[in-house]
Every structure is written in C-alpha cells, then in structure tokens.
Design a protein around this ligand. Structure first.
Ligand code: NAP
Ligand code: GDD
Length: 356
C-alpha cells in the first residue's frame, strides 16, 4: 500500500485529493495547522474523515516536518498548504511570504533530509503569470506576478525546480488555473457569489457587493484538477504542467449565470460594486493552455463552466434549506452535477431521490 502525505488536507484541494487517493487504496496522512478548532467539514462532506490520518504540522516549522516525514516515510508528498487568498496577501505580505514561499523550501528540506525518495508535488498557480506575456499561458510563458501571493508562489515554484535539478528529488509542479467547487472557501469570488445567491433566494439577504466584475478567469472544477496532481507523480520523470480548461469567463458572467440558475432573473437587480473589494493591483485576464497535460498525462477537464456554476449554486441553495428536487430533475442538469451536489449536501440534506 502506498502512503501519501497531503499538506493543507482541510482545504478545498486537500479534501478532494484525499478522497481521490483513498479511492485508489492509498494510506493518506493529512496535515493541518494548529487552530483553536480543527474544521473537518470538507472531509465529512466527502465521507472520508475516518479514512485519513490527521497530523498537526505547520509549514513554518522545519523540525515538525522532519519528524512527521521520518515517522510516515511517504511515497508521495503533495504540498497544498498555503496562505492562498490573494486579497489578504496585500494586507499580510510577510506571513504570506513565510508560508506560501518559505514554507515550500522548509518542506523540500525536510524531504531531502527525511524522505529523499518521496515524490513531491508543489501547488503552483496561474497567479504567477498575471501581467501576461502570451495568451493562452503555457509552461514556458514568463512569470510576472502582481501580488505578494503570486510573488511567493514564484519562489515556491523555482525552489521546487531547483531541488529537482540540484538533488535529483522527483519534484513536479502543477501550474493550476482557478478551480472551484461546492467546497470552495467563502472568501473566493465564485463561492461568495453562490452563497449570496442562495441567501437571497432564501430571503436572508438582499444584495451582493463585489469588486472588479470585469476580471476574467479560467475556472475549472477542483475534483478534476486533483487527478492531474496525482497523474504528475506517476510519470517516469518529474516536470511542470499547466492545468486549465482553456475557457475564460468574467466575474460578471459567473454572477449572471448563478442568478439565472437559482431562478432569480436579472443579476443587476441584486449586485452592487464597491472599491472595498478591489485590490491594489489585479489580474484582468487569465486563460491556460493545458495541451502538455493532455498529451503527457492524458488529463482533460470533465466539468464545464455551466456545470460548475450549477453544482455550486445548487449546493448553496440546499445549505440554506431551499428545496432542490425540481431543479435537480430538470433536463439541463447532468448526472455529474447531481452527484457532486449530493456529496456536498449529504451532511445537511438528503437529495438521493433527485439524483438517482
Ligand atoms: P485552501 O482551501 O485555502 O487550502 C489551503 C490550506 O493550507 C488550508 O487548509 C490552510 O489551513 C492551510 N495552511 C495555511 N497556512 C498553513 C501553515 N502555515 N501550515 C500548514 N497549513 C497551512 O486552498 P486550495 O484552494 O485548496 O488550494 C490548495 C493549494 O493550491 C494552495 O497552495 C493554493 O495556493 C494553490 N492553488 C489553488 C488554486 C485554486 O484555484 N484553488 C489555483 C492554483 C493554486 P486552514 O484550513 O487552517 O486555513
Ligand atoms: N474574492 C473576491 N471577492 N474577488 C472578487 C470580488 C470579491 O468580492 N469581486 C471581484 N473579484 C475578483 C478579484 O478581484 C479577482 O480578479 C477575481 O475576482 C478572482 O478572485 P478570487 O476568487 O479571490 O481568486 P484569485 O484568482 O484571486 O485567486 C485564486 O486563484 C488563484 C489561481 O489563479 C486563489 O485560489 C489562489 O490561491 C489561486 O492561486
């Protein structure tokens, strides 16, 4: 049985990756940072809280990491932990650099010392491109980050490449474009929108206030993207891979579709904008070219933009107690969407009749 260690297992990607690896028969060790209350809601939603071993480990503490890696001797290490919210990185640039940048070299050092034969995955990001030098972006597009988060990730990316080249560690990076899900953190724009749409539908909220609605992103489904991570570590050689859908939509497109899916009509009746949600510098347009991942990993996204918006809106409507039966039974809703909604909702609502 192979052992995988996932840092940031309590985050969105960590939970989906853990589900995927448990399904593949791995022993999964998931690490989380110490907080006053451990939040396991994502693992519970995915039904795997009893199938993974949790260990407290902070990306800032090298000695802690050496002990954990020595104890478990993982075959694969997935470094997903980070201060991952771009907006807050402008407010907390130093801690973002320490966790999202220096945290990577800590874990690489721990790997070199305590588990040198482990295969290592680093969560790189399209946020490294930003002021883009070519469209769509590929593995060879030059980086030009425009946030403390993006700058920290560029360091994490290059130090991973450096450990691969210097010490022969099997270290790969996934340059992942935005990926979302019903388990996305509420601070990110997609989930902020779908949560607000559900609350408006349930009569709990009147307005949704957003920032830059013209920003365009290449949005995919997190459940698809974690499979690409695993695939990268099964290759004969390590490498760097863009993972994206190749489609770009604006925040306005996302909001417009979300209001429509909930049957609320015109989004403009509910949405306001405020400079409070604008960033000192923003990313206007990202779109990825995942041709290498397709050719070498055989990876392609399964969930399209409309399905992604649907699964997020329906999950949030269910969380607010809105009946979903008629919506889920409508012909435009695919089985994939129904299945992910059922997963996201099973702790709070049984939609099994509608998803058969
Ligand atoms: P997420 O939901 O924010 O999860 C990140 C996890 O890292 C959280 O569980 C967080 O703990 C943990 N963490 C934060 N600081 C830590 C520290 N000092 N030590 C140990 N753990 C710490 O992010 P995600 O969306 O799953 O993304 C996973 C990774 O992919 C991140 O590195 C992110 O930057 C990168 N990425 C994400 C996307 C995307 O669109 N989702 C795209 C490209 C790259 P708490 O749960 O306690 O906050
Ligand atoms: N969060 C947020 N809140 N963003 C808003 C809002 C709002 O009210 N209004 C407009 N936006 C715009 C942001 O300015 C940005 O241009 C876009 O929506 C997306 O913002 P986020 O959802 O916060 O994601 P992100 O693209 O900044 O970062 C995410 O994707 C990166 C990959 O490109 C995160 O998951 C990063 O960790 C990841 O690396």
């Amino acid at each position: 049985m192979k052992t995988a260690l996932i840092t940031g297992i309590l985050g969105q990607d960590g939970a989906y990756l853990a589900r995927f690896l448990v399904g593949k028969g791995y022993r999964v060790i998931g690490t989380y940072r110490r907080t006053s209350q451990i939040h396991t809601w994502r693992l519970e939603a995915l039904g795997i809280q009893d199938k993974v071993t949790l260990e407290c480990m902070d990306l800032e503490d090298l000695s802690n990491q050496i002990r954990i890696l020595s104890k478990y001797q993982p075959d694969e290490i997935y470094n997903l932990a980070a201060q991952s919210f771009v907006a807050i990185s402008f407010e907390q640039p130093i801690i973002t650099g320490q966790i999202t940048g220096m945290g990577v070299v800590n874990l690489l050092e721990a790997t070199r010392i305590a588990a040198p034969h482990a295969r290592f995955y680093q969560a790189s990001t399209s946020e490294m491109f930003v002021r883009v030098k070519e469209t769509p972006q590929t593995e060879t597009t030059p980086f030009y980050p425009r946030s403390p988060y993006g700058a920290a990730k560029v360091y994490g990316h290059w130090i991973t490449v450096n450990y691969r080249e210097s010490y022969g560690i099997f270290a790969s990076t996934g340059i992942l474009f935005n990926h979302e899900s019903p388990l996305r953190g509420i601070e990110f724009v997609t989930r902020k929108i779908t949560d607000a749409v559900a609350r408006i539908k349930a009569g709990l909220q009147d307005k949704l206030v957003l920032g830059n609605m013209a920003a365009r992103r290449d949005w995919g489904f997190a459940g698809d993207y974690v499979e690409a991570m695993w695939n990268m570590l099964q290759q004969d050689d390590p490498g760097d891979y863009v993972v994206a859908t190749g489609e770009s939509h604006s925040v306005e497109d996302f909001a417009s579709l979300a209001f429509e899916v909930a049957g609320l009509g015109d989004w403009q009746a509910f949405v306001e904008t405020s400079s409070a949600f604008r960033r000192p510098s923003d990313v206007d347009f990202l779109i990825g070219n995942a041709a290498k991942a397709k050719a070498q990993l055989g990876w392609e996204p399964r969930v399209n933009f409309e399905e992604l918006v649907q699964m997020m809106v329906y999950s949030d409507l269910g969380r607010q107690g809105v009946s979903l039966k008629d919506m889920l039974l409508s012909p435009g809703v695919t089985q994939l969407v129904k299945d992910e909604v059922a997963v996201a909702l099973h702790p709070v609502m049984d939609v099994s009749e509608a998803v058969k």
